[in-house]
Each structure stands twice: as structure tokens, then as C-alpha cells.
Design a protein around this ligand. Sequence first.
Ligand code: SF4
Length: 577
Amino acid sequence: MAEKIFRVNMSDLSVKIEEVPAAWRGLGGRALTSTIVAAEVPPTCHPLGKHNKLVVAHGMLSGTRAPSSGRLSAGAKSPLTGTIKECNAGGTASQLLARMGIKALIIEGLPTASQFYALTVTTDGVEIKPENDLIGLGNFEVIEKLEIADNKALGLLSIGPVGERRQLAANISVKDPDGKIRSLGRGGLGAVMGSKRIKYIVLDATDAPRKIALADEEKFKGAAKTFTKVLIDHPVSGTSLGDYGTDVLVNLINEVGGFPTRNFRTGQFEKHELISGEHMSELMKSRGGKPKHGCHAGCVMQCSQVYVDKEGNYVTSGFEYETIWAMGAHCCIADLDLLAQADSIMDDIGIDAIETSVTMGLAMEAGIIEFGDGPGLLKLLQEIKEGTPLGRILGSGAGATGKVYGIRRVPVVKNQAIPAYDPRAIKGIGITYCTSTMGADHTIGYTIATNILKCGGFVDPLQKEGQVELSRNLQITTALIDSLGFCLFIAFAILDDEKGLPAMVDMVNARYGTSLTIDDMLDLGKKVLKTERAFNQAAGLNNAHDRLPEFFADERLAPHDAIWDFSDEEIDEFWNF
Ligand code: SF4
């Protein structure tokens, strides 16, 4: 079955099913969403206007038995950063789209009426119908009312009230195998979906084949087996992530002094043990939760968890290190139960947990509430949920909140909040924050792997030497990983095990009947980065946007007395490839 492009125009509520253009045939995931956005979206358009497009695509290996390959990519021009944006998430949608033979779903135009709509996508086409009953509801209630939680053939993308209001930190939720939520989190893509007046999209794969056709079944099986072993044998992807989740990083990043505390004032949080992965794992074991859990079928690393309260009731899952850091050390709240409750609220109202939690620290900096005030943080989330004037400011992210309250120390790059690793103490990640095509984003070139975990060698996090090259190499590889539909966390193992990359390329060739080499695949990663960079330049961004806020160069960070000391020329070296 040849894959198709499904194109929905919300201006006239029409649907087209198109052949895949030759230039897009070998692409998937981030490579495809960024290529389509760059080709079809005018870079200077308003992100919430009729010229922006929301593009959803499965990864190149999604739907196959390649381990941990079920990540869904979504792309658009970001209303938060003004740049091109790709987000990826687990859940069931990527594998369902692949089985349905839908290479990409492109949503364009704006409806003329203020009416909201719902889309139902089947292998035959897309039905667009008005939606009134579920407007204003949170994502959990949408799943419940649609009665789709347990139906494995039905996937869902939805927005909460924050997306309906087109606030800049709104995300898109993706139903996971348990009927819960994974998030296309960063960059405000939920606002783009809200601007197109789409409350939710059901993916109905009832009539889709169960299996994806492979060019060479036997070769694929062998390569997938090798790749699975590479992941399982590695201490990070095979053991630590499953045992403690990503929150295993709390103690580690605190130990190296790169754990930003009290809005990036120091690099260590005295109460770090109380929010650590080790503590969470023990709590979940004692309460009957699950310390180990997958965000999509076929993940062998399973860094997620099912977090339950003292009575054993479900609270949240996909409770990540970065969210825990931001509400924990950044806001100085050492209460995992309260943070889990806040994480669940953010999932429900449909807002990026990193952007919003960093914004909460700025609300504390502004004196709206005190540092350490957990109940106060929950009240502010309620303001966002209700769309009060203060809630609308906070729901517009850290940059907007900083401007409205006259704050000087605002940790953003290209208006997107800096996540959980201080760039003064871990300099490689600082280069990633600066040069990311999508604003500050740790996932786009995760130098923690080499700076801290010593995967693929070691580059001293406190020294400048080697950081630009490290970030560049990881950003190229990550662009490839995001295009294949793999979870970023496969990177630890492929950096250390020389069997990893060849097995990955073998799977692609066995899936598509191609004869690509490792260099061909890395060239694809480079091309993705350059395509994204060219879009941003045409949108008006330049080297001056590739910079950290000045307080990182003015204020030394304890305990290492570390400072951000890269010159502009040194940062700009990144793009010399
Ligand atoms: S390792 Fe974690 S984030 Fe990655 S695919 Fe598995 S459960 Fe999802």
C-alpha cells in the first residue's frame, strides 16, 4: 500500500488525499514535518494565522518492530519562538498513522466561523464535524467522554482549554496505550491547533492492516534483534532509565553542580533527595505504582512510570526529570506528591510542563507567590485553567511573564524556557540552547550524555574545549533519530556500542528496500538542521538570536564558580558544517 498525504483545509472544510511527492518519499518524522513546513509555510507569516500549517507525521520506522520507534512528530511555525518547530511524543498515534498508510496529515487554513471542530481520520479520508459538547474540557475528560481509552485501534490528538485560547505554551496531547496522555510539549503547537479551531483528532485504524509491509522481513528481524540487544545491554538505556525514570538525573546533576536552583541562582538544591528518582522509585514500589512503564508499545527502555498517591490512586505518568526539576529546585518545592498533582493538571489543561514550571519560578521571582510555595503554585495553575488575566500571562510562558513583570533574569533562548541543566556548569548544553533551531531545548542535542554520563567519550562540562563540536555532532544525530521515530534515549547506547548505528541503518534499508549508508543517514540529519536554520533566517532570525541571556555571563554559579564565557564567534562556529 503506497502511503498518502492527507490534507485538510479548515478555510473551506475540504479534504484532499494526495500522492507523496518524490522529494518527501524517503522522509518521516522531523525530516518530513520540517521539510513540509519549510516548503509550504511562509517564514514571516503569523503563527496563528491562515498561512501557518500544522503537520503531523509518523517516524520512518514507526509501526515496525524496531524498539522504541513509535514517536510522533508534529511541526509548524511556533507562536512561542517564531521559529520552525518540531515536537515529538510517544503515545499510539505514530504507529496508527503508519499502519493507516498516512505519511503526513497537513492541516492548513483557518475557519471563518468561531465554531470548533473535530476530525475523524480513517484510511478512506477525514470527516470534519462541528464540536460543541467538549469545548472547555480538559484532555482527560475528552478521552473519557469519547469512550476511547481502551480501544487500541483509536488514537487521539487533543487540546485543552489553554490550546483553545491559543496561549503560547499550549501543547497537543496524544493518547497513550493506557488511555492516558503524552505531550507534544514545546513551542505552543497546541495554540496552532486551537487557531485552526480543532478540539481533537481521532485516528481510527479499525480498517488498517495490522502489520506494515517490509521490503526484507528477515533482514529487518535480524537488525531489530541486534538493535534491541544494544539498547538492553547499555547501563543507561537498559537499566537506569527503567529502574528510576529520567528523574534518576536529579542526584547526578545536583552532584555536578548543574542543577539550577531558585531561578538559576545556584547549581545545587539542598532538598534534592526528596525529589530524586531513587526516592520516587521507592515510593512507587511501596504504594503499588509502577516505577517502570512505556509511553508506547515496543519501548524496551521504559523510562515512564505510573505515579500513584498514598491511597494507591493514579495521579500521573510520564513524570519527567525536567518537570520535577523546574517545580522542584527552580521553584524550591521538595514535595513529589504536590509536583505529581501539578503535572497531572498541566496534562489535563494542555500546557507544556517545562515552559509552565519555569514560568512558575518567574512568578516567584516577581513576588506573585513565594519561592517554595507549593499550594500557591497549584492556585496559579488554576488561574491558567480558568483563563483569568494572570492565568493568560502565565500561560504565555516565561518570556512573556518576565516582560510583563519587569524581570531581568529570564531564562529563555528565542523566547523558550531553558530546561534543567545550567549552561555555566554544563557548557555543552549551553551551546545546544543557543544554537537550537527551536529555542532552548535540551533534547535537540543532549550533551549531558557525554558531558556527564560519559557516553561516547567525555568532554569536561566546565571547560569550553570540544563543546561546539559535541553539540553539533549530537544535534545532527538527534535530527536523524527524530526523523526515524526513535526515542532520543537510544542515543546513549548508539554512542557507546558500535553495533548500534549499523543496525539502525539496516532496519531503514530493510523497511524501504534502500541501500543507504551511515553517512547518507547522517547527511539527512545535517540537511534537516540546515532546512530549519534557513526557515528561521527567512523569518528574520540571525546569529544574534543564538545567545544566552546576559545574566549567565554576569553571575557566577556555585559550587564551581562557573560562568558562561563563550564569545559570539565561538558560538557561531557551530554552523560551519
Ligand atoms: S524511553 Fe521513555 S520516553 Fe523513550 S520511548 Fe520509552 S517510555 Fe517513551
